[in-house]
Write a protein that binds this ligand. Structure first.
Ligand code: ADP
Ligand code: MG
Length: 701
């Protein structure tokens, strides 16, 4: 097997050369023979058929026609000139247009010459034309090997002008494939291949370019998709295995007095079954002697804080300290208040450390942490600072992790000789398929049940014209003793515009809800932390009835008496954001409402988002729709996961295959964790190849 041949720089291939090689590198990310081989066509066209020109009736679909040149015109001058070549068959005529490279093509089209034309038509002035088509004489066409299904490759304008049109690419590909026949290594074990009746890797790579029929093409695609998904899974799972074997974890063997006392005496309600199950899962991890890295997923309001607290108590019971990091001060304060309340009467010390903790206070906290007198510390990223040292840090809980970077989490590790257990909590529902890829190296616990007695939030959609109705509804609710959030969108390009938007809204609402009968609060990201807290607290304490805010209240804020969420310009928010915002209400016993205000003109996606919110409160369903709308590229953590490198597979459409790939990878590594067995050497070799290709591969800790 000649791996060297596969890694030959692409310029050495016949028909490429240095100039095109450079272009391929730049415009197509192809630098080697092997890269070229995996530059897959995005579709195939049946080239045995010609469409009569008179039957062209749609734009943007590749088609093949043939006809005779009846007119050649050079229109305009200099930079704005274009060449128009009219060709005709028995059914009609069409214009072929060139804006670039005119001098190069114009002499080819002599009157009456016969051409095969391939390209995408577009409609202009009621007539179809094809700009920059691919053309060849009938003689050339006949001489060319006849592909039953002809591959179509992406090709930039620049590539097209430099002899790298899709047709030239297919010729280059043919040359390449004839050279590589017999040297393309298999990447899967025979067992896996026969289990799924897969095509061999080499056969698949050849057939994805030049299939004999559509069935063969589908088989080739399926095989290559599986490889993409499978090797991501093997990589994630191997990473997890390495970590659990190399890194010793603190063993929390005891569930002791503090945990039990809390459970019997302080817990104000019965745990939900989901909470119980998750605590069991975490406990098993904590006692197992390896370092825990677990993602705790639970919809807004599902009671993650309590789970975190009980896990911290297990740490304390085993003589360790615990910390809880939140992404904002508001949230850290709130956790501090909640947890202090939960722990009342118990002999546990809890403190708060955030950016606005005064120096004098820090000077008291730091030594207490270092001596171990302080058991639980709650805070923001201020906890990461080097000055913060622990006596025996056993457990780090990270709330709403999407606001914390990988590097920041890594820093928490360094605060203890044996790395602490890490529990990452998120309410942003992650579609299951994505969780398998993005967080494939973390263990996953899911709270899929809300505490009893919660009434599902009712969600309504109003156009701007419905504002009066909304205000009336707000008055009724305030009269009934409820509190209300009104949220304005954040337009990232312009913070000033945001503030103006918010301030205008606030001023307007003050007129609609005049003092002294009504009182309003406002918070936004530009306020100082203490001002923000003061406003937040006024609202929390019931001094104000309406909280006007930007998305700073998106995460975690808990005011059970607030039962109405009004979202202005709701079409500007993403689905997961809308879901988070809506989760701020529905926390008390009262029926809660979410009112989505939008303009009249909604984009198709905007409408889907609003309709989804109105239809369901199920975070997983919402996240699935979100993934379908946005694709994985926008979602947190996708860069590290490798799913952006997928060429053929799609984690939404190919969910079944993704699951299969994960199962196979898991089974493989259960059986042969180090890929030491002879039959798995192909897998190992390809893994190694992939990792040399991407040494920057970063993982989520
Ligand atoms: P989230 O998962 O969104 O962080 P929280 O931990 O803030 O949710 O919990 C939401 C609310 O539900 C809190 O007021 C909490 O005290 C309450 N809660 C948590 N668990 C239960 C339970 N088992 N029964 C009743 N209420 C609960
Ligand atoms: Mg929370």
């Amino acid at each position: 097997m000649s791996v060297d041949l596969l890694h030959t720089p692409i310029e050495y291939l016949k028909g490429v050369g240095p100039k095109r090689g450079e272009l391929l590198r730049k415009d197509a990310a192809v630098s080697t023979y092997y890269d070229m081989l995996t530059y897959y066509p995005f579709r195939h066209v049946d080239r045995s058929r010609f469409l009569p020109i008179g039957e062209i009736n749609s734009e943007n679909v590749y088609l093949q026609i043939h006809g005779k040149v009846t007119e050649v015109q050079l229109i305009g001058q200099g930079r704005s000139s274009r060449l128009v070549v009219t060709i005709r068959d028995a059914s009609g005529s069409i214009d072929l247009i060139w804006f670039q490279g005119i001098s190069w093509v114009k002499d080819k089209f002599t009157m009456g010459s016969e051409w095969v034309v391939f390209g995408k038509p577009s409609l202009f002035n009621g007539r179809y034309n094809i700009s920059h088509p691919e053309t060849e004489t009938v003689a050339e066409f006949i001489a060319q090997p006849a592909d039953p299904l002809h591959p179509i490759y992406n090709s930039s304008e620049k590539m097209k002008l430099n002899g790298l049109s899709t047709r030239s690419l297919s010729k280059i590909m043919r040359t390449l494939i004839s050279q590589l026949k017999g040297v393309i290594p298999e990447t899967l074990s025979n067992d896996i291949i026969s289990e799924f009746k897969f095509m061999g890797r080499e056969e698949a790579l050849m057939n994805i370019h030049f299939p004999t029929d559509t069935e063969t093409l589908e088989k080739a695609r399926a095989r290559l998709k599986f490889d993409e998904l499978f090797f991501i899974q093997v990589r994630l799972l191997r990473y997890k295995i390495n970590r659990s074997q190399k890194i010793r974890g603190n063993v929390f063997s005891r569930v002791g007095e503090l945990f039990n006392t809390f459970y019997k005496e302080n817990l104000p309600f019965e745990l939900t079954n989901a909470q119980k199950r998750v605590i069991r899962e975490i406990r098993a991890d904590l006692g197992a002697g390896k370092q825990m890295n677990r993602l705790l997923q639970g919809d807004v309001g599902s009671g993650k804080t309590l789970v975190a607290l009980m896990c911290m108590l297990i740490a304390l019971d085993n003589g360790y300290q615990a910390c809880l990091m939140a992404p904002t001060e508001i949230l850290a304060n709130q956790h501090y208040a909640t947890i202090s309340r939960f722990l009342q009467g118990m002999n546990i010390t809890v403190d708060l450390l955030t950016g606005s903790t005064k120096k004098a206070r820090r000077k008291e906290i730091h030594p207490m942490l270092q001596s171990g007198d302080l058991h639980i510390i709650i805070g923001t990223h201020a906890l990461i600072e080097d000055a913060v040292k622990f006596n025996k840090l056993g457990l780090v809980v990270v709330d709403e992790q999407h606001r914390f970077g990988v590097a920041q989490r890594a820093k928490m590790w360094s605060k203890s000789e044996v790395p602490p257990h890490v529990l990452v909590m998120t309410a942003t529902p992650i579609p299951r398929t994505l969780a398998m890829t993005v967080y494939g190296d973390l263990d996953l616990s899911v709270i899929d049940e809300l505490p009893p007695g919660r009434k599902a939030i009712k969600t309504y959609h109003f156009y701007e014209a419905g504002h009066e109705k909304v205000y009336n509804f707000m008055r009724q609710q305030i009269d009934a003793g409820r509190q209300i959030y009104v949220v304005y969108p954040l337009i990232e390009e312009s913070e000033m515009l945001d503030l103006k938007n918010l301030q205008d809204g606030f001023d307007h609402l003050k007129q609609v809800f005049p003092a002294p009968k009504y009182t309003l609060s406002m918070v936004h990201g530009r306020m100082k932390a203490d001002e923000k807290d003061a406003e937040m607290n006024r609202f929390k304490n019931g001094e104000t009835q309406i909280m006007v805010a930007t998305t700073v209240i998106e995460v975690g804020v808990d005011v059970p008496n607030a039962s109405v969420m009004v979202i202005e310009n709701a079409e500007r928010f993403g689905l997961s954001q809308l879901h988070q915002l809506r989760g701020r209400v529905g926390r008390g016993a009262d029926q809660s409402h979410c009112l989505l205000m939008t303009g009249f003109n909604l984009s198709a996606d905007g409408r889907t988002r609003i309709e989804t919110m109105v239809r369901t409160t199920d975070g997983f369903e919402i996240s699935d729709v979100d993934l379908k709308l946005r694709g994985p590229g926008d979602l947190e953590g996708t860069r590290q996961s490798g799913i952006l490198d997928l060429k053929l597979a799609d984690i939404v459409r190919d969910e079944q295959m993704l699951r299969a790939a994960r199962n196979v990878a898991q089974k493989l590594l259960d059986d042969d964790p180090h890929l030491a067995k002879a039959e798995n050497q192909r897998i190992l070799r390809y893994m190694n190849y992939l990792s040399t290709k991407k040494s920057e591969w970063a993982m989520i800790s």
